[in-house]
Design a protein around this ligand. Structure first.
Ligand code: FAD
Length: 495
């Protein structure tokens, strides 16, 4: 994705509501008329159903957070998610403030066989955290993160954002692996695996997950860890939102020097062959401390570039030595790798990936950067300021975790390769998606499986999970036999 262009462009009453008189609810909001005794909704299998307003009122009374229906002053803001491509209108939004609230909302949905979405940070590319005519279990107000320095643990509520996780850890000179845009949600990010700039040193987010509190489809509040509900704990580490609503994540933290060697080196795209061919050899010997990966994009003025983003999480003098050979390749237009606060890296893309951008991305996992892949990256490059090809570097600690130790199916990958971008004008959707797909399909022969979290289309859970699928399906059968949590890369419950 062309980050500068992205930045420029990115900044860029169906039914009267039965509003329960609850904290957070606006008493002046529309209330049900006598004639409106029910609310049209949709079931899990797509059938039209009616929800009794008395039952919705009862739900509202059981929650400490508000139930938001169409007509409520917050309805439109509550149904917005990050990707401007999605404009969905749920029948009701249960804005939960506690695990008990979540439990009530889950029970309400299950008892009515109601289509159910779970919203954490709202960054799902395909928009699965919002739905038309169903219920949204909204965790956006359950956003606090605390850290215990002695135990080296962070405790994140289910709707927290990555910024809060980084900040809570930093306050104690600690850190864990978080993603590269700080307004992304901890919830979806972690449940899908969780890649970030520290994953070669500390592993994926799931490798740092020590326990979770999860509300399963029966409404039970459970703990999952290596000691409790161990199968569930295995499943939520890579299995996405299939098994319930996580209300708390407990992460391992690590001592961390936040002033580190980091930044980007930029070359003209004409030098991409030199850079990629060098990288294709060099990456194999990199230390766990070194996170570095390529991106090819087009600047707003039409200049094609290849960028290497670098974060060295270790002694800077050692990092300088390790980085030196890359710096000798070609003639960079810019070398911004220097000592700087990790938080600068962690937030530098926030505006470029601003809320409301219309974004389409596809990706695939790459286990080896072959000459064929390098050739195709050069051949397939598109000069289009909306789009980019980019990587999430893996390997190191993320690769040393056993293939079946968690449900994350891509342990042998060296990198994730993503293609796509963003624009603001709906009129560009068709051409933007077509160009992204065209670029992606040229690279697809070099990929195996995809990272579900960063994919607009990916729904092939069976193939993508490989051998893990059968176990996931059994766990799904145990904890969500009715497939209430189906708006995800869905695993069918084994009967
Ligand atoms: C700008 C941007 C940058 C990104 N950068 C990275 C990155 O660096 N590394 C990376 O690995 N990924 C990255 N991603 C992908 C990201 O991990 C996914 O989009 C993820 O789903 C976001 O989580 P969320 O809570 O914000 O999403 P939401 O849209 O709220 O949720 C997505 C899905 O996750 C599930 N879910 C969310 N929270 C919970 C919960 N508490 N309990 C149960 N289920 C839940 C639900 O099934 C939901 O449909 C990025 C995405 C964006 C848009």
């Amino acid at each position: 994705m062309n980050r500068r262009k992205f930045c420029r462009t990115a900044v860029a009453a169906s039914v009267a509501a039965a509003i329960p008189m609850l904290p957070g609810c606006d008493r002046k909001a529309p209330v049900a008329t006598e004639a409106d005794t029910s609310l049209a909704a949709i079931s899990l299998d797509g059938a039209e159903i009616e929800l009794e307003k008395a039952a919705i009122r009862e739900l509202g009374e059981s929650l400490t957070g508000p139930v938001i229906l169409s007509g409520h002053p917050e309805y439109d803001s509550a149904r917005k998610i990050w990707n401007g491509m999605h404009d969905k209108r749920p029948a009701l939004i249960a804005r939960c403030l506690s695990s008990e609230d979540v439990s009530h909302a889950v029970t309400f949905a299950r008892e009515r066989n109601l289509l159910t979405a779970v919203r954490g940070g709202g960054h799902s590319w395909p928009g699965k955290s919002m739905c038309d005519d169903g219920i949204v279990i909204d965790l956006s107000q359950m956003h606090s993160v605390t850290a215990d320095a002695d135990k080296r643990r962070a405790y994140s509520q289910g709707g927290a954002l990555l910024a809060a996780l980084d900040t809570a850890a930093h306050e104690h000179g600690l850190i864990t692996t978080a993603g590269v845009v700080s307004h992304t949600g901890v919830g979806g990010f972690t449940l899908g695996g969780g890649m970030g700039r520290l994953n070669r040193k500390y592993g994926l987010a799931i490798d740092n997950l020590r326990s979770a509190e999860i509300i399963t489809a029966d409404g039970q509040i459970r703990r999952a860890s290596d000691d409790e509900n161990t199968d569930l704990f295995w499943g939520i580490r890579g299995g996405g939102g299939n098994f319930g609503v996580v209300t708390e994540f407990e992460f391992q933290l690590h001592p961390f020097e936040r002033n580190l060697l980091s930044g980007s080196i930029v070359w003209p795209v004409a030098q991409a062959r030199d850079v990629l061919e060098f990288y294709g050899e060099w990456y194999q010997g990199l230390s766990d401390e070194m996170y570095v990966g390529p991106m090819m994009a087009t600047m707003p003025d039409g200049t094609g570039v290849i960028i290497m983003e670098v974060v060295y999480n270790g002694d800077p003098a050692v990092g300088e030595k390790e980085l030196a050979p890359l710096r000798k390749i070609g003639t960079p237009m810019d070398d911004g790798v220097k000592m700087q606060d990790y938080n600068i890296m962690q937030t530098q893309e926030d505006a470029a990936f601003g809320h409301g951008v219309r974004s389409y991305i596809k990706n695939g996992m790459v286990s080896e950067i072959t000459q064929g892949l390098v050739d195709m990256m050069i051949e397939s490059y598109k000069s289009d300021p909306r789009l980019a090809v980019f990587t999430h570097t893996l390997g190191g600690a993320a690769k040393r975790v056993g293939e079946s130790d968690t449900a994350f199916p891509h342990r042998n990958a060296e990198t994730m390769l993503g293609v796509g971008g963003g624009w603001m004008d709906p009129a560009e959707d068709e051409s933007g998606i077509a160009a992204s797909r065209d670029w992606y399909y040229q690279l697809e022969p070099f990929m195996g499986g995809y990272y579900d979290n960063i994919d607009f289309d990916g729904t092939e859970a069976v193939g993508n999970y490989g051998p893990a699928y059968e176990r996931l399906s059994k766990i799904k059968g145990q904890y969500d036999p009715g497939n209430l949590f189906r708006l995800n890369s869905n695993v069918s419950p084994a009967v």
